[in-house]
Structures are given as C-alpha cells and as structure tokens.
Design a protein around this ligand. Sequence first.
Ligand SMILES: [Zn+2]
Length: 76
Amino acid sequence: MICEFCGGKTIKKKVRKVHWLQRQLYIVDDVEAEVCQECGERYYHATTLDAIDHALAAGRQVVKERLQVQVVGMPA
Ligand SMILES: [Zn+2]
C-alpha cells in the first residue's frame, strides 16, 4: 500500500508492537504490519488488532518475558 503520511511504499513485515488493552501494556512479537519504507509508519489490519485483543482477553498469550517499565517526565 501507499503511506498516508509521506506517499512512500509499504512492505509487509513482522514487527514488535506496543499494545494496550484495559490499562495493561503488552509488547507483542511477530505482529504482521505494513511498514512504510520511507518514514517507518506502521499500518495494522483491524483483523490483526482484533486477534491480539481477543487472544489477550482470553489469556491465550505465551509469556516470553516480563519487563519492568518506568514512566518518567521529560528531563529538565
Ligand atoms: Zn511514510
């Protein structure tokens, strides 16, 4: 497809996606996306996003790793 932002061409790729569901943050590997070769913008199919939501809501995910995350302010 063609990128909405820069008009560049996208290619299909598996990416690591940051995904929120019910105030929980997940990092999901191997998510299929269209990635713009020019600006890096990612596009996901609605069906892909729904599949992630459903898998997480049903607890069907495979936990590979648990990370600790810091929420920080912009450094002065
Ligand atoms: Zn682009």
